[in-house]
Design a protein around this ligand. Structure first.
Ligand code: SF4
Ligand code: MG
Length: 322
């Protein structure tokens, strides 16, 4: 049994001009301790998928179809209060802006202690000892002193380290990290990703890592899901997808990883923009931008084909299932 199973979910936003499907028939599994990257451009449905897992889809959006299971138990249809408890104990969150996760009026120590008292039932004294250990483990110098400081007294990178400590201190099985390093300086990004990876390995914590940056996936994830216009277009082992991306969109994302010594550019290799989610065209959503598009691509939608250990939704591979 997988730690997390997303089974054929559709996330819909009713609008005055009709329903808009932000995530379409998404199915994926995540195993214990595994780091799964969700990558794609803005609007691909990555963050909404993350929000669906944590029960935090902004109303009026909702999961219209499918189900989400954590440890074999359905979590997509739970009452709000029960889901809030799961978010505390079983699923931790790390967002782009550390200040979303930190309360400005409490010291970081108070926040760590409070979180562990509520979620692990520790005494204040035990929680304090563990809190200082967490600050040490996430690489914060002078942890005893920093324990008594407020979030605004930390730099952006140090604050994100505190957020990682806060997310992990409840010993969740799963962390949802949505663009955790996007707001940070490039020099700090790699350190934070390495830290997240090391700690999740040590604690056997699984991660769903949402990013628009294939470079982040390459450095951090074990498996990757490439999303485009609300759909999964490719899923496979990171090493494999990076070495030989199958879907033309994944290839474009790979080409957008800045090369050492070359000026950084993002997704500039893929001309055109993602189509709007309203009134989707009948064929493959990537067809207008795809240099490999064939006649069939604009009339019908490719289904998911297994190619080696990778699954890909593209007509280039249909028929040669291996
Ligand atoms: Fe390109 Fe056709 Fe594959 Fe879509 S299905 S990615 S248009 S080749
Ligand atoms: Mg997003």
């Amino acid at each position: 049994m997988s730690l997390l199973s997303i089974e054929d979910i559709v996330v819909e936003f009713p609008t005055r001009r009709g329903p808009l499907e932000a995530v379409k028939n998404l199915t994926l599994n995540l195993e214990e301790g595994q780091i799964l990257g969700l990558v794609g451009e803005s609007g691909a449905g990555k963050s909404i998928t993350a929000a669906a897992i944590t029960g935090l889809i902004e109303p009026p959006g909702y999961i219209r179809a499918g189900q989400i299971l954590l440890d074999g138990k359905r979590i997509d249809n739970l009452p709000r209060e029960q889901m809030r408890r799961i978010r505390g104990r079983q699923i931790g969150s790390i967002f782009q802006d550390p200040l979303t996760s930190l309360n400005p009026v409490y010291t970081v120590g108070e926040q760590l202690v409070d979180t562990m008292q509520v979620n692990l039932g520790l005494s204040k004294k035990e929680a304090r000892v563990r809190g200082i250990k967490w600050l040490t483990d996430v690489g914060i110098p002078a942890p005893e002193l920093r324990f008594n400081q407020y979030p605004h007294q930390f730099s952006g990178g140090m604050r994100q380290r505190v957020v990682i400590a806060l997310a992990l201190c409840s010993e969740p099985k799963l962390i949802i990290a949505d663009e955790p390093t996007t707001a940070l300086d490039v020099s700090v990004q790699a350190q934070i990703l390495a830290l997240l990876r090391r700690l999740c390995r040590e604690h056997n914590t699984a991660v769903v890592l949402v990013t628009h940056d294939m470079g982040v996936i390459a450095e951090t994830a074990d498996r990757v899901v490439v999303m485009y216009a609300g759909r999964l277009v490719e899923i496979g082992d990171v090493a494999q997808v990076i070495k030989a991306p199958l879907h033309p969109y994944s290839r474009g994302l790979m080409n957008s990883i800045p090369q050492v010594g070359a000026p950084a550019h993002r997704l500039t290799q893929i001309a055109g923009a993602m189509p709007g989610l309203r009134n989707p065209a009948p064929g493959c959503a990537f067809a207008p931008r795809c240099s490999k598009a064939m006649e069939i691509c604009s009339v019908s939608r490719p289904s998911i084909t297994l190619k080696g250990d990778t699954r890909v939704a593209c007509f280039l591979y249909e028929g040669d299932e291996q």
